[in-house]
Design a protein around this ligand. Structure first.
Ligand SMILES: Nc1ncnc2c1ncn2[C@@H]1O[C@H](COP(=O)(O)OP(=O)(O)OP(=O)(O)O)[C@@H](O)[C@H]1O
Length: 919
């Protein structure tokens, strides 16, 4: 038993010994490992110190000296020395390789000495772009390249820019001239590498409005250089971000990730590069500006836009290289690392930069001076374009390139503004020329309206001097200034057209004009362009015309695009824009904005391009007036004598089959003979008395049907003699045309002395046509009225009783013999019962009150139709079923109402009576 216990104990002791031994071993190896790790750490720390300080300087560092003196550390320095040796052995030809690299990546003006290129206008078409742009050189000691210590090895230092990188420059005290020289040299290298116009430079300096890079001054008269307002960084950033958006959309649409990719694939440079130089002052930008700046920077390079930031503290997205100035000559750059100092190139000679800038500017201007006459806007062959998808025509030139206007899906409607004399009318002619010469009348129909007094569009319709017309024009309205109803009529017409197009589209199960044309190739679906000059007249008063015009215009503006109906609204800037107050829908839909020089508010509020635009130029903007959409165009002169008419004649001859446009001239009423309705009048069972011309797109006359039915009499109201005579004359003569001679009798009576000659002439005319006419002297009128009333029961042949100035006869008519009916009562019977027996009164009362006196208590039902002249609207309500009548009388116009035909009164133009004018 004891032995067993002893053995057991011995086993335990042995096991514990083994364990102790194991632990001892483990502890020993852990200690070793720790010591090795500490040694390693110490070596690494030493290595870090040496690398940080640099081999040469490291040995002077007491800390390095202390550490490296330990025997265990000897191999650290040895190892670093060997690495360095190996590296420099490989880098022995580094400087020369760098030189070669820069020579290839920065050819010509991008890298060569200025003497070789400064002052010569660049010729590069911009398809091939230097990758690097030289800023200076750097020098290393020969020893680092395995050469003799003390020898200097110099190589070029260049930075990437266009398409590749932004550049951030940080100045040091008193280095502004050096920074300017650096920027100026870089920009000059860029400008001189390409043909003029390929690069656009924007300068913004928080501290200066003028004198930013003054040697570039002459470029600022061209589009190559824009100096921005120091207080308006927001505008510049907005413009740049607009370009970024637009260019991205364009390149992506074409299937390329960037402008550079598109250029390389197509071999075509479609956009200029833009370099924006922003001089800050070392202080932070406002947070909002900073955000915008970062947003611009992140997408800019793909859009060919590079930023050069000077003392603008920020971290930009996208590629950015840095140059930090050490003093007036030297800098360090992210291209070379912090170890190497860059000796910046000396400034270019100021005078030579100014000369070079002037030469580039001159070359740009010379380019502008290329083709720019009206004839250059015209295509070599007329009518070759199709309008299914859009309308497109050049309206001017910029630096030799045509500037186009596009009217289509994105820009369905246009707003044109410019103060008087700025060339707005000329621009409209240029636009019309561009369009009509490219699209045939089957592709394009024009409706042209000018509210101004004058004849601006008159020449487009056939006239006395020139029988030709613009074959695309369907309607020409001139001198419309007071006839706002005509503007309304045009909008109604367009709205109807829009509805019928939309119905046709539905029928063909398509949604827009392009598809409709495809589905219905035999249909006639030209794009319609309605030009309304001085359109603000439409909204001139607070009345129903304004209300209706607004809603029609809004509807057209919204839905016209898909039906190929386009509005071009022109106006003197402010007036036109103010007219839009309360109607933002129309304004917003006019995404094409054209601002003539000095036009205000046509472009976006902050876009000042029009203010600076030179004479005979226009700012064409397809982006709702936002700055990045600005395209400046020199507009050729289309107003010269015979210039447009010559084109019109050619087009007229070419499209001979197309009918003449309807001409509406607010200053010239047509005569009855000129009226299509009168010309077409012929005997009929349903005669219609013509009152005057309707203010409508179609050539139509207002008339009153006079069937055998109660109330079918006509009253003319007011003192305007000429118009009253005209209305009764046209009503009578037109009725005469609709009856065979002998079957109708006209009874004429005129107590107004001054009107007798006209009435007599009318009687003669009717007689000469073979009609029966009774001219009743004033004194005989009471008896005649009485007998006409008495005859009624037995009468069934048409008879028209035309009474001029009834009010003058009232005292006589009121006189009654005791026990008999007064002639006035007879007249009342005639008015009440006459129409049923085909006897109709056409009477002229010079005051509404007199007509009421005539009618007595019988009410107004017996006057079924009336034409009011200089009578205020409120007096007319009783004759208009009590409705509110808005009418401000104006010369040469009548307000016409026929209760069987109208919901509300309409304006009529009494026909012009040439004889009356001669008197
Ligand atoms: N691009 C141009 N080149 C040369 N002359 C021009 C040009 N544009 C207009 N003009 C001349 O300037 C004059 C005024 O032009 P226009 O009638 O087009 O101005 P507007 O802005 O329509 O003025 P308003 O509103 O007073 O009619 C014209 O007589 C024309 O000869």
């Amino acid at each position: 038993m004891r032995r067993k216990v002893r053995e057991q104990r011995a086993r335990v002791v042995a096991a514990l010994d083994r364990l102790r031994q194991q632990i001892g071993l483990a502890l020993g190896s852990a200690r070793n490992a720790r010591e090795a790790a500490e040694l390693e750490l110490a070596k690494l720390e030493l290595e870090r110190l040496v690398v940080k300080a640099g081999m040469e300087r490291a040995l002077d560092d007491p800390e390095v000296a202390r550490r490296s003196s330990e025997p265990t550390m000897v191999d650290v320095l040895e190892w670093l020395n060997s690495v360095r040796g190996q590296f420099y052995a490989e880098w022995a030809d580094g400087p020369s390789r760098l030189r070669d690299l820069v020579a290839v990546a920065a050819p010509g003006p991008a890298g060569r000495p200025p003497g070789e290129w400064l002052g010569r206008v660049g010729t590069g078409d911009g398809v091939k772009v230097p990758r690097l742009w030289r800023i200076g050189s750097s020098t290393v000691d020969g020893s680092v390249a395995g050469r003799t210590p003390g020898t200097a090895l110099t190589f070029d230092v260049a930075v990437p820019l266009l398409d590749e990188s932004h550049l951030a420059i940080t100045s040091a005290p008193k280095t502004r001239p050096t920074v300017d020289a650096l920027v100026e040299t870089l920009l000059m290298r860029v400008l001189s590498s390409f043909e003029p116009g390929a690069v656009k430079i924007h300068l913004w300096d928080v501290g200066r409005l003028t004198a930013v890079l003054p040697n570039f001054y002459s470029l600022s008269r061209t589009s190559a250089l824009t100096v921005h307002d120091p207080t308006r960084l927001v505008d510049l950033l907005e413009e740049l971000s607009g370009h970024v958006r637009r260019i991205h959309a364009r390149t992506l649409q074409a299937g390329y990730p960037s402008l550079r990719a598109m250029r390389e694939a197509t071999g075509n440079r479609t956009e200029p590069w833009r370099v924006a130089v922003l001089y800050g002052n070392g202080e932070d930008l406002q947070p909002e500006r900073l955000r915008e700046l970062k947003r611009v920077a992140s997408g800019a390079l793909e859009a060919g836009i590079s930023l050069i930031l000077v003392d603008v503290p920020t971290v930009l997205g996208g590629a950015v290289e840095t140059v930090s100035l050490l003093d007036e000559r030297r800098a360090i750059s992210s291209m070379t690392g912090t170890d190497l100092v860059v000796d910046l190139d000396p400034p270019l000679p100021a005078g030579q930069v100014a000369t070079a800038s002037a030469r580039i500017a001159d070359a740009l201007v010379a380019k502008q001076g290329g083709p720019r006459s009206f004839a250059d806007l015209l295509p070599s062959e007329f009518g070759q374009q199709h309008s299914a998808h859009e309308l497109r025509a050049p309206v001017g030139f910029h630096e030799g390139e045509p500037v186009e206007v596009v009217i289509g899906d994105a820009t369905p409607h246009a707003l044109i503004g410019g103060p008087s004399g700025s060339g707005k009318t000329n621009f409209l002619y240029v636009l019309l020329a561009g369009l009509t010469s490219r699209y045939s009348p089957d592709e394009l129909a024009l409706y042209l309206l000018d509210f101004k007094e004058g004849v601006s569009f008159a020449g487009l319709a056939p006239g006395k001097k020139d029988e030709s017309w613009l074959p695309h024009a369907r309607l020409v309205g001139v001198n419309v200034n007071t006839d706002r109803e005509f503007g309304l009529a045009l909008l109604r017409f367009l709205s109807d057209e829009m509805r019928s197009r939309s119905a046709a589209a539905k029928e063909h199960e398509v949604t827009n004009i392009a598809e409709l044309r495809e589905q219905d190739p035999r249909g006639h679906w030209p794009r319609i362009v309605a030009v309304i000059d001085e359109f603000q007249y439409l909204f001139a008063e607070r009345d129903t015309v304004t209300a209706l015009a607004t809603s029609l215009l809004e509807d057209l503006a919204r839905r016209g695009r898909s039906q190929g109906i386009h509005l071009i609204l022109a106006s003197q800037d402010i007036a036109g824009i103010e007219a839009f107050w309360g109607k933002p829908a129309v304004f917003e839909q006019c995404t094409l904005r054209i601002a003539m020089p000095k036009a205000r508010r046509v472009l976006a509020e902050t876009n000042q391009a029009a203010v600076a635009a030179p004479r005979w130029h226009a700012v064409v903007n397809h982006e709702s007036g936002v700055a990045h959409g600005n395209q400046l165009a020199h507009v050729p002169d289309a107003s010269g004598r015979g210039v447009f008419p010559a084109l019109q004649r050619q087009l007229w001859q070419r499209y001979a089959g197309h009918g003449r446009p309807r001409l509406f001239d607010g200053a010239h009423a047509p005569t009855l003979e000129e009226s299509a309705a009168f010309a077409a009048a012929a005997p009929t069972e349903r005669p219609r008395a013509l009152i005057g011309q309707a203010i409508e797109v179609a050539d139509r006359a207002h008339g009153v049907e006079l069937p055998a039915a109660p109330g079918r009499n006509i009253a003319v109201l007011g003192t305007s003699t000429r118009e009253a005579l005209s209305i009764l004359d046209s009503a009578t003569r037109s009725l005469a045309r609709q009856h065979h001679p002998g079957e109708v009798e006209f009874v004429l009576s005129c107590p107004v002395e001054a009107c007798l000659p006209t009435v007599d002439r009318l009687a003669d005319t009717l007689r000469s046509e073979g009609h029966k006419v009774r001219s009743v002297a004033t004194d005989d009128l009471p008896a005649t009225i009485t007998s006409l009333a008495e005859e009624l029961p037995d009468r069934n042949l048409p008879r028209y009783v035309v009474l001029y100035g009834v009010d003058a006869a009232l005292p006589a008519l009121e006189r009654k013999e005791p026990g008999t009916q007064s002639p006035l009562e007879a007249l009342r019977s005639l008015l009440k019962q006459g129409p049923g027996h085909r006897t109709h009164v056409l009477g002229w009362w010079r005051a509404v009150a007199r007509l009421k006196d005539t009618l007595g208590f019988a009410g107004t039902d017996d006057i079924g139709a009336w034409a009011a002249l200089d009578v205020q609207g409120n007096e007319l309500a009783p004759f208009c079923a009590g409705q509110l009548v808005q009418w401000s009388p104006r010369p040469g116009r009548a307000l016409f109402f026929d209760r069987t035909a109208h919901g509300s009164p309409e304006v009529a133009i009494p026909f012009r009576m040439p004889e009356a004018e001669d008197e």
